[in-house]
Design a protein around this ligand. Structure first.
Ligand SMILES: Nc1ncnc2c1ncn2[C@@H]1O[C@H](COP(=O)(O)OP(=O)(O)OP(=O)(O)O)[C@@H](O)[C@H]1O
Ligand SMILES: [Mg+2]
Length: 354
């Protein structure tokens, strides 16, 4: 059992020491890693020419897996496609991936053997998460303002660059709260070069929900070209609630949010990457008494159904009158409902020091 208040040196040291200090970290290990998706060239055949493949890429389709993830109607909308071409592409993908036949549980386990976790920087939280934020899934963190959601994003932006699964971090910022300078003490804590850490961030400032949805294609293009090992969207829900407010926009908002989150889920599976999204809370009103109940995450059901793991961040005053934070697993396909305490320090998210 790992002692929750000390980060074991062994968890970081071997990988940190093996990292090159004079160039971006991503230059090393990830290049040696085998591609985790099937390249489009593997379905080159009669009816699926290299011209068609380049059209697919222009439309944001970079892998055979992606063909299996989208509907024929969506494929037809890609520029340069026709129904006949789409049929040939889908047939070739079906044959290549055997998508319409069954596999055993053992084979399924082998397929997901390269799933990995990105450490939150806090042993207690990593422990309840089974190692950290998991790849092949979307993890949602919701909580009141000041609970440390953005601080967690900054910490993960550094820890995702470490170890054998280390690589680039894609950071989508919808609230203008990303502070590159904030990464300096976090990088220092983990013994990484600040300049290299910054070089490994792929950043986009996004202002509207339309812009956010349009970013899916550039995201998949960048993920096909670079070794992205973590995607952060802080916040994934705010633009939908700002641009489509109130009851009158309820169904359009839910529909678009659900499409957006489903796109993130597909990206995370296609590229075997952990996706972390943040979400805000709203005061829940009791319809019968009109009284306020506890905070609830915005877009409660649609977000809850669309993400793989749901975490709630809270804030409380600890014994020495310092603000501490808590992280609770509320919903997960494989983790029990548990809580752990954490603290925000200059070095990012850490365990509580007593
Ligand atoms: N360098 C630092 N050292 C210690 N604590 C810090 C540092 N920088 C920020 N914090 C703490 O982090 C808190 C802000 O947390 P954060 O921005 O992650 O909140 P949030 O949950 O993202 O809020 P919102 O919902 O408004 O986006 C500050 O109130 C401060 O207590
Ligand atoms: Mg924030």
């Amino acid at each position: 059992m790992i002692h929750p208040h000390t980060y074991p040196e062994s968890l970081w040291r071997p990988s940190v020491d093996s990292l090159p200090r004079d160039r971006p970290i991503v230059d090393m290990a990830p290049r040696q890693r085998a591609r985790i998706y099937t390249p489009l060239e593997t379905i080159l055949q009669e009816g699926v020419t290299s011209h068609i493949i380049s059209k697919l890429r222009e439309g944001g389709v970079h892998s055979v897996e992606r063909i299996a993830m989208i509907t024929p109607q969506a494929l037809v909308r890609v520029k340069g496609m026709s129904e006949k071409r789409v049929e040939a592409i889908r047939e070739a993908a079906k044959e290549r991936l055997h998508t319409h036949s069954f596999i055993s549980g053992t084979e399924c386990m082998e397929k997901v053997a390269n799933t990995y976790h990105v450490s939150t920087g806090c042993v207690a939280v990593d422990t309840i998460l089974g190692g950290g934020i998991e790849s092949r899934g979307v993890t949602e963190v919701y909580g009141e303002y000041r609970t440390g959601k953005t601080q967690l994003c900054h910490t993960l932006a550094v820890t995702a660059q470490m170890g054998e699964n280390g690589g680039k971090v894609m950071y989508i910022d919808t609230q203008g709260t990303f502070r590159p300078k904030r990464l300096e003490p976090i990088a220092q804590r983990f013994g990484l070069e600040f300049d290299s850490v910054l070089e490994n961030i792929v950043y986009a400032r996004v202002y509207t929900h339309t812009h956010l949805m349009e970013m899916i294609t550039p995201m998949s293009t960048a993920m096909a070209q670079e070794e992205v090992r973590l995607v952060v969207v802080d916040s994934a829900t705010a633009p939908f609630f700002v641009d489509l407010p109130g009851r009158r926009n309820h169904s359009e908002r839910e529909e678009k949010l659900s499409v957006y989150l489903s796109s993130l889920m597909k990206l995370s599976c296609e590229f075997n990457v952990p996706v972390l999204v943040t979400n805000q809370v709203t005061m829940d009103t009791d319809n019968t008494s009109g009284r306020y109940r506890q905070n609830k995450p915005v877009g409660e059901n649609v977000v809850g159904h669309s993400v793989t793991t749901r975490l709630r961040f809270g804030r409380f005053l600890s014994g020495d009158y310092r603000w501490s934070r808590s992280c609770c697993v509320l919903h997960s396909p494989g983790l029990p409902e548990e809580c752990a305490d954490l603290q925000i320090s200059d070095g990012g998210v850490t365990d509580i020091d007593n």
